[in-house]
Design a protein around this ligand. Structure first.
Ligand code: COA
Length: 371
C-alpha cells in the first residue's frame, strides 16, 4: 500500500469526474471548461445537489432558496463578535459552522428533503459568516446580505460594503464554480467519513473545514500570496526559487496528488490572474507567478495547481489574504454538501483497516516498579 491512500478508490460517486492523466475535471458530466465561462455558482450548486442542470424555473427557484437563507441567526453574530479579533478566519468558520447546528431546528432531521434544505442553508450562510467576521474584526457592524444580488456580487458587497463591477463579479463567480467540487479530496473524504456515521450535516461540514484548513490542502493559496509578497520584486524571483530548491522545500501552489498534467482549474485561473492583475495595474504579481511557474516546471516538472494563480487573482480583487481559504470553503460547501447527500442516500459506515506495524501483540504487562 502506498502512503496517503494514493490511488486507492475509496467509494463510488456520481458527482465529480477527474482524469489525472488527461487533465479532465467534470461535475455531473459537464467539463469544467464548459461550466467556467457559461455557468453561475447558483446553477453549479443546483447541478451538484440535484444531478442535472436546472431549467429556467428550477434555476430561479434554487437561486431564490439560496438567497433566502443568507442571513445568520442573531446568537451566531453575537458568538462571532465574542471571538478574538485576531482569530484565524478558518477557525471562526470551523467553530461557527459547528455552532449553526444549535440554531437549526432541522439539524438532526435526516429526511432527504431536510438535508437538502441544510445543504442550501450551509452554502448560503458560509459567505455571510466570513464577511461578518471580517467586518467585526475591523470594528464595523456586519453588512446585511442584499436579496437583489447574486451569490458572487453579494459576497463582495458584504465583504467590502461596495458594489463590485461586472469584471470582479465574473472573477468571483468563476472562482466559485472552479472550486466547487473535486471528488474525494482530503476535506470531502473527511466529511464523508463523518456523514457515514450518520452524524448530522453540520458535523460533516465541520470535519471538512478542519481538513481544508491545512497548508497541504486549501491553505496553500494563502501561502502562495505570502510567498509573492515576500519576493515582492520580479527581479528577485529567480534567486528566491533557487534558494527554495537548495533547501529542498516545497513551493506552495505546485504539485497534485491526482493530476499528472496541468490542473484544468489552473488554466482558467492563470488567465484570470493575468486579466485581473493588468486591470488593477498590479501586473507584477502575475509576472512573478508566471516566472515561478517557468522555473518550477523546468527544475521539478511540476505544474501549478488550483491554488497558485488563485492567490494573485483574489489579492488584486480585494479579498484579504487570510480570507482566501475561507473563500475556497464558501465554494466547496456546495460540493461537500452534495457529497454528504450522496453518502446519506446510500450509506454504509466508512471504516477501513490499518496495516499493523507495531510490536507483536502478545507482550506481557509488568508492574510499573519492574519496568
Ligand atoms: C499537493 C501535494 C500535497 C501532493 O502531495 P503528494 O501527492 O503526497 O506528493 P509528494 O509530497 O509525495 O511529492 C512527490 C514529489 O514531488 C515533490 N513535490 C511535490 N510538490 C512539490 C512542491 N510544491 N514543490 C517542490 N517539490 C514538490 C516532493 O518533494 C516529492 O519529491 P521526492 O519524490 O523527490 O521526495 C504536494 O504536491 C504539495 O505539498 N504541494 C504544495 C502544497 C499545495 O500546493 N497544496 C495544494 C494542493 S491543491
Amino acid at each position: 500500500m502506498k502512503a496517503g491512500l494514493e490511488d486507492v478508490v475509496a467509494g463510488e460517486s456520481g458527482i465529480c469526474y477527474i482524469d489525472g492523466l488527461l487533465g479532465i475535471l467534470a461535475y455531473r458530466g459537464y467539463n469544467i471548461h464548459e461550466l467556467a465561462p457559461n455557468s453561475t455558482f447558483e446553477e453549479t450548486c443546483h447541478l451538484l445537489w440535484f444531478g442535472k442542470l436546472p431549467d429556467g424555473r428550477q434555476l430561479k427557484e434554487t437561486s431564490a432558496r439560496i438567497t433566502a437563507e443568507r442571513a445568520l441567526p442573531g446568537p451566531i453574530l453575537d458568538l462571532i463578535a465574542a471571538f478574538p479579533k485576531k482569530a484565524l478566519p478558518m477557525e471562526v468558520l470551523r467553530t461557527s459552522v459547528s455552532a449553526l447546528a444549535m440554531y437549526d431546528p432541522e439539524a438532526e432531521d435526516m429526511a432527504p428533503e431536510a438535508n437538502v434544505r441544510k445543504a442550501i442553508r450551509l452554502t448560503a450562510q458560509c459567505g455571510t459568516l466570513i464577511t461578518a467576521f471580517h467586518q467585526i474584526r475591523n470594528g464595523k457592524p456586519p453588512i446585511a446580505p442584499r436579496a437583489d444580488l447574486g451569490y458572487a456580487a453579494n459576497f463582495y458587497y458584504m465583504l467590502t460594503g461596495k458594489m463590485p463591477n461586472d469584471t470582479i463579479v465574473k472573477a468571483i463567480d468563476v472562482s466559485l464554480i472552479l472550486h466547487a467540487d473535486h471528488e474525494l479530496n482530503a476535506s470531502t473524504f473527511a466529511g464523508r467519513v463523518t456523514a457515514g456515521t450518520l452524524s448530522d450535516m453540520y458535523s460533516a461540514c465541520t470535519s471538512a473545514i478542519g481538513a481544508l484548513k491545512g497548508p497541504l490542502h486549501g491553505g496553500a493559496n494563502e501561502a502562495v500570496m505570502r510567498m509573492l509578497l515576500e519576493i515582492d520584486n520580479p527581479s528577485r524571483v529567480d534567486a528566491f526559487v533557487k534558494s527554495i530548491f537548495e533547501q529542498k522545500k516545497k513551493i506552495a501552489g505546485f504539485g497534485h496528488r491526482v493530476y499528472r498534467t496541468e490542473d484544468p482549474r489552473a488554466t482558467h485561473l492563470r488567465r484570470m490572474s493575468k486579466e485581473a492583475c493588468e486591470r488593477e495595474g498590479q501586473s507584477k504579481w502575475y509576472e512573478m507567478s508566471a516566472r515561478i511557474e517557468e522555473l518550477v516546471k523546468a527544475e521539478k516538472k511540476l505544474n501549478p495547481n488550483v491554488d497558485f494563480y488563485s492567490a494573485s487573482t483574489y489579492y488584486v480583487s480585494g479579498i484579504p489574504i487570510d480570507l482566501f481559504t475561507p473563500f475556497f470553503a464558501v465554494s466547496r460547501m456546495s460540493g461537500w454538501t452534495a457529497h454528504f447527500l450522496e453518502q446519506y442516500s446510500n450509506n454504509r459506515l466508512i471504516r477501513p483497516r490499518a496495516e499493523y506495524i507495531g510490536p507483536s501483540p502478545d507482550l506481557k504487562w509488568v508492574p510499573v516498579s519492574q519496568r
